[in-house]
Ligand binder design. Structure first.
Ligand code: GTR
Length: 332
């Protein structure tokens, strides 16, 4: 496998050739580079692997996929730019990393917008999801699909959290999104933005006291070894996005382009079944290793988060999405 440096060097060479007007000789096979910050076995990585195998089979070997998992090619905010410029083909990133450059994604990360996983899936599969996916075209990307990322919950190594006041004074890591900064602050804690790959050591060295994520990330990064108090805050469902470089998609012949778009959509069902199984498995795994999980005063969390939602809803586009999503709530 290529190292990150070799890969980026090769990518720069390709971009350089494109810039000087050289045309690559026609090749019979295209190998797409896909990235993910998660490890092998994680549902998003396995969904990419499935896409690669299916593409290979259905294009009769014309299109393949090389998978760079475990953050080998860098942090998510950089991967988004690499995909925009065509230095990588497919980037699987979380919506949180897209909130600042793509305002349409903000609604999907706001606290307590979705009631549960079923509500989130209904919303993403419907008109709202389709419209948000189409917005990536504004910046040289193609939104291929959404994947689940479960309910994000807060965990820390100091004490059990039941109400927002228990968070006072704690340093909580957040992904690179203003929404998460505002939310953690509204809950009374101190937000610390850090790349995903640095959270485990930041917990160990007490640079931070806690973080927030889903069961599978908490498990597979082994953060559970350094933070044993989990609370079911379920404050955001911030889903995953599967994005492709527009210019790289355009290099495929038209029928293979359609195949790829279709395969990416078909991978959603496969990913969801992996997600549901692994969520339970990860939870059981960490609970069996000393993690203590408790319910929270959900009404108090929602009250504390409400000003963040209200502030973002001042934007008319966010408010329209908000209403459309709430209409799909099972509770309505
Ligand atoms: C995970 C997500 C990653 C990454 C990470 C984070 O749930 O799957 O893509 O965004 O959270 O918090 O940085």
């Amino acid at each position: 496998m290529k190292t990150r440096r070799q890969f980026l060097g090769a990518a720069a060479a390709v971009l350089g050739a494109a810039a000087t007007g050289l045309r690559a000789a026609p090749v019979s096979r295209i190998e797409l580079a896909a990235t993910d910050v998660h490890v092998r076995g994680y549902p998003t990585v396995e969904a990419l692997r499935w896409i690669g195998e299916t593409l290979e089979r259905e294009t009769e070997g014309r299109v393949g996929l090389r998978l760079y998992h475990s953050g080998q090619l860098g942090r998510e905010s950089d991967l988004i730019d690499l995909a925009r410029f065509g230095a990588i083909d497919i980037a699987r990133v979380n919506m949180a990393a897209l909130n600042n450059p793509f305002p349409a994604t903000r609604i999907l990360c706001l606290p307590y917008v979705f009631d549960d996983t079923a509500h989130m899936r209904r919303s993403l599969d419907g008109a709202v999801g389709k419209e948000i996916l189409s917005k990536f075209a504004q910046r040289d990307l193609v939104g291929l699909a959404f994947y689940d990322s479960g309910a994000r919950c807060i965990y820390n190594n100091k004490r059990p959290i039941v109400a927002p006041q228990d968070l006072r004074g704690l340093k909580i890591r957040v992904p690179p999104s203003d929404i998460f900064m505002h939310l953690i602050r509204a809950l009374g804690a101190n937000p610390t933005p850090l790349p995903y790959g640095e959270v485990y050591s930041a917990l160990q060295t007490h640079l931070i006291d806690g973080a927030e994520n889903n069961w599978q990330s908490f498990h597979t990064t082994r953060q559970f070894e350094a933070a044993q108090y989990w609370c079911y805050s379920g404050h955001s469902y911030s889903p995953e996005a599967l994005l492709m470089s527009r210019r790289r998609l355009d290099l495929l012949r038209p029928d293979d382009r359609e195949r790829l778009l279709d395969i990416a959509q078909r991978s959603v069902g496969y990913m969801r079944s992996l997600w549901d199984e692994s969520e339970k498995a990860s939870r059981d795994y960490v609970l069996a290793r000393g993690v203590q999980a408790n319910e929270v005063d959900r009404a108090a969390f929602e009250r504390a988060a409400a000003p963040v939602v209200a502030r973002y809803r001042e934007d008319a586009a966010v408010d329209t999405y908000y209403r459309a999503i709430r209409e799909l709530s099972g509770k309505a």
